[in-house]
Design a protein around this ligand. Structure first.
Ligand code: C2O
Ligand code: CU
Ligand code: CU
Length: 596
C-alpha cells in the first residue's frame, strides 16, 4: 500500500491546538431535521432496498465480495431514483420538487434519517428523481424548501443563466420556494443536481440530496437504437457514494477540523443508495452512467472477474459533458467527486453463472500535504483527534481499531483513501441472444479555438491560518472564498485557457466549473501512477478526451483546460469554480467569477 509514514503529530500541531472541539460532532439525526419526522410520501413505493447486515457497528466490509448481496436499487419508473420522464411533457406545468427529510432503512430494519428531493408526476411519486429531458426542452421546477435550514439546487454541469444556477449566494430559507426555469442547452449526457447553500452543501449532499439529470439528443437516440438500450433497464445511472453509519443505522457526518481539511470519508459503499449492491445482468451490452456522488473519495474503477484480480476491458464512451467521438477501450480509470463517466460493458461473451465485480483498485491517494514521504492516511473516522499520542504507522487509518479511541457511533472499520474495495457485484444471469456491435462513431467533438486565448493560472495551495498558524486551509490563487468578491472576470464569447496548477505539498483536488463545460488540453508533471493511463497526446487520459465540468488535479500537476464563455443569457453572469471535495468547497476552496 502506498501510505507511508503516517505523521499525525504534524497534523495535530496545526489543528488540535486551535481548540477545535469534537463535542457533538454530528449525527445527522441531531442536526435539526429530526422533528419533521419523515414518512414515505403517499403513493410512493419507497423502493430503497433494505440492506442485510450482520454487523452491529453498522459496517459491512466492502473488501469482501461475499457481502454484496443487496439488490441494486434500479432507476425504475417511480420511487427512489425513479426516472421522471419529461421528454414528452415539454413546457407544461412545472415540476414540484420538495427538499425534505425522509426516513428510509438503508441498513436492514434501521431507518436512517435522510434528506431527499421528492416529487410526483402522473400519479407516481419519486424520491431523488432521475430527471430525463431532451436537449432543447425547458426544465421548469419549483423547489420548496422543506428543510429546517437554507437550501437550493445547483444543476451540476448544465449551462444555465447564473440566477438559475444555485449559486451559494442564492439560498432559499425554510418554507420558501423558487421556480427554476431554463432551456436545456447541453449535449446529451449525464448531469446531476444537488444543493449548494453556503456552508451547508457537504452535509446536505451527504444526507441524500443528489440525483441525476439525463439529457438526450440525437446521438443518444442513435446509440440507443444501435445497442437496444433503455434507460433504467440496460442504460443504468449509478451514483457511487461512501457513507458512515452508526450502530443504529443512522448516517454519521462530522464537520470537524480534520474533515474540513481532508474531506469526509465513509467506510460503507453505496450504489444508488444500496449498500453493498448486487445486480443480475443478461449476456448483452449495458451502458452504465457512473456518478461519483461522494463528498471526498476518488475511485479507481475496474471490472474484474469474480474475486480475482483479472481486469476486464470495458469501453469509455462519455464523460461529464456527454459522448466522446468514439468508444475507447480501457481497463481502469479514476473518477473523482462530481465527475461522471459513461461506459459500455459487454457481458455477451460470459457464461451464465459468472460473476463480475466493479471495484475500486488501490492507488496512492497522494495526501502530500506535509510534503511527499509524509503521506497521511485518511480512514473512515478522519483523523483521530481524541488520541493524541505520537506517531502511528501503517495504513489502518486514524480510526484503526488498534489505536483509536472509538468515537460514538463511528463503528470500527476504516476504509482509507486509496484502499481497494468492491462497489457492485454483477451476476451474469440470463443468457440472451444479442447480436449488436457498437458504432465506431458516437458523436462529434468540436475543439474550442484557442488562438489568442487568455491563459489564466488557477493555483491550488495550502496555507496555515489563524492566530499562530494552527489551522490549515486550501486556497485558490492565494485566496479563500469571499462571497462578495469576483476576482476573475472573463469576457462573454471569449475563449480562455485555465491552467489548474496544484502545488506539490497538496492532495488531489477535483476542480469544477459552474456554467460552462471545458476540454482538457494537457496534463503536465503528472504523478507516476497516471503514466499507464496517460496514453493520449499532451499527457491526457481517456477521461480527458471529451467535454468536462470537473477535472482531478493531482499534487504537483498542471492541467490546462479550454473554456468557451459564449452564452445567450441577459446581463452579467456570476458563477463559481471550486474543488468538488465538498468539505474543501465549503471551507473556502472556491472562487467567484463573472462573465461580462
Ligand atoms: Cu456539483 Cu458547485 O457543484
Ligand atoms: Cu456544478
Ligand atoms: Cu480539494
Amino acid at each position: 500500500m502506498p501510505n507511508k509514514a503516517l505523521n499525525r503529530r504534524s497534523f495535530l500541531k496545526y489543528t488540535a491546538l486551535a481548540g477545535v472541539t469534537l463535542a457533538g460532532s454530528g449525527l445527522l439525526a441531531a442536526c435539526g431535521d429530526s422533528t419533521a419526522t419523515a414518512s414515505t410520501p403517499a403513493g410512493s413505493t419507497g423502493t430503497i432496498p433494505v440492506a442485510a447486515t450482520g454487523s452491529s457497528s453498522g459496517t459491512i466490509d466492502p473488501r469482501n465480495l461475499a457481502n454484496f448481496t443487496n439488490p441494486l436499487n434500479l432507476p425504475g419508473s417511480e420511487g427512489a431514483l425513479g426516472v421522471l420522464d419529461l421528454t414528452s411533457s415539454a413546457s407544461s406545468s412545472p415540476l414540484e420538487l420538495v427538499a425534505k427529510p425522509l426516513s428510509l432503512p438503508l441498513l436492514k430494519g434501521k431507518p436512517a434519517q435522510l434528506l431527499t428531493y421528492q416529487a410526483s408526476l402522473g400519479g407516481k411519486s419519486f424520491i431523488n428523481p432521475v430527471l430525463r429531458l431532451k436537449k432543447g426542452q425547458t426544465l421548469k421546477a419549483n423547489l420548496t424548501n422543506g428543510l429546517s435550514e437554507d437550501t437550493n439546487i445547483h444543476w451540476h454541469g448544465l449551462k444555465v443563466a447564473s440566477k438559475m444556477d444555485g449559486h451559494p449566494s442564492r439560498p432559499l430559507k425554510p418554507g420558501e420556494n423558487f421556480s427554476y426555469s431554463f432551456p436545456v442547452q447541453n449535449r446529451g449526457g449525464t448531469y446531476w443536481y444537488h444543493p449548494h447553500p453556503h456552508k451547508l452543501t457537504p452535509r446536505q449532499a451527504y444526507s441524500g440530496l443528489a440525483s441525476f439529470f439525463v439529457v438526450e439528443d440525437e446521438d443518444t437516440q442513435r446509440l440507443n437504437e444501435a445497442l437496444d438500450l433503455k434507460l433504467g433497464e440496460t442504460d443504468l445511472p449509478i451514483v457511487i457514494q461512501d457513507k458512515l453509519f452508526d450502530a443504529q443505522g443512522q448516517l454519521v457526518y462530522r464537520a470537524d477540523a480534520s474533515t474540513q481539511f481532508m474531506g469526509f470519508y465513509g467506510d460503507t459503499i453505496l450504489a444508488n443508495l444500496t449498500p453493498h449492491a448486487s445486480l443480475d445482468v443478461a449476456t448483452r451490452i449495458y451502458r452504465l452512467r457512473l456518478l461519483n456522488g461522494s463528498n471526498a473519495r476518488t475511485y479507481r474503477l475496474a471490472f474484474v472477474k469474480g474475486t480475482s484480480s483479472e481486469k476486464l476491458a470495458y469501453w469509455l464512451i462519455g464523460t461529464d459533458g456527454g459522448l466522446l467521438d468514439k468508444p475507447y477501450q480501457v481497463t481502469e480509470l479514476f473518477l473523482s467527486p462530481g465527475e461522471r463517466v459513461e461506459l459500455l460493458v459487454d457481458f455477451s461473451k460470459l457464461e451464465a453463472g459468472a460473476v463480475v465485480a466493479l471495484k475500486s483498485l488501490s492507488f496512492d491517494p497522494m495526501h502530500n500535504e506535509m510534503g511527499s514521504g509524509m503521506n497521511m492516511s485518511v480512514g473512515s473516522g478522519g483523523m483521530d483527534m481524541g488520541n493524541m499520542g505520537g506517531m502511528h504507522s501503517g495504513h489502518s487509518g486514524m480510526m484503526g481499531s488498534a489505536t483509536a479511541t472509538p468515537q460514538a457511533g463511528t463503528g470500527n472499520a476504516s476504509l482509507d483513501d486509496g484502499q481497494e474495495f468492491y462497489i457492485l457485484k454483477l451476476n451474469i444471469k440470463n443468457k440472451v441472444s444479442y447480436n449488436r456491435s457498437f458504432p465506431q462513431a458516437l458523436s462529434s467533438l468540436e475543439k474550442p479555438d484557442t488562438t489568442g486565448a487568455t491563459v489564466r493560472p488557477v493555483v491550488l495551495s495550502l496555507t496555515m491560518m489563524g492566530q499562530g498558524g494552527q489551522m490549515m486551509q486550501w486556497l485558490i490563487n492565494g485566496q479563500s472564498f469571499n462571497m462578495d468578491e469576483y476576482p476573475i472576470t472573463v469576457k462573454k464569447n471569449s475563449t480562455e485557457i485555465w491552467e489548474f496548477k496544484n502545488e506539490a505539498n497538496s492532495m488531489p483536488h477535483p476542480m469544477h466549473l459552474h456554467g460552462f463545460q471545458f476540454q482538457v488540453l494537457s496534463r503536465q508533471n503528472s504523478p507516476a501512477q497516471l503514466n499507464p493511463l496517460a496514453t493520449f497526446s499532451e499527457g491526457r487520459l481517456a477521461t480527458d478526451l471529451g467535454w468536462k465540468d470537473t477535472v482531478l488535479v493531482w499534487p504537483g500537476e498542471t492541467v490546462r483546460t479550454a473554456i468557451n464563455f459564449s452564452h445567450n443569457f441577459e446581463g452579467e453572469q456570476l458563477y463559481v469554480t471550486h474543488c468538488h471535495v465538498l468539505e474543501h468547497e465549503d471551507n473556502g476552496m472556491m472562487v467567484n467569477y463573472k462573465v461580462v
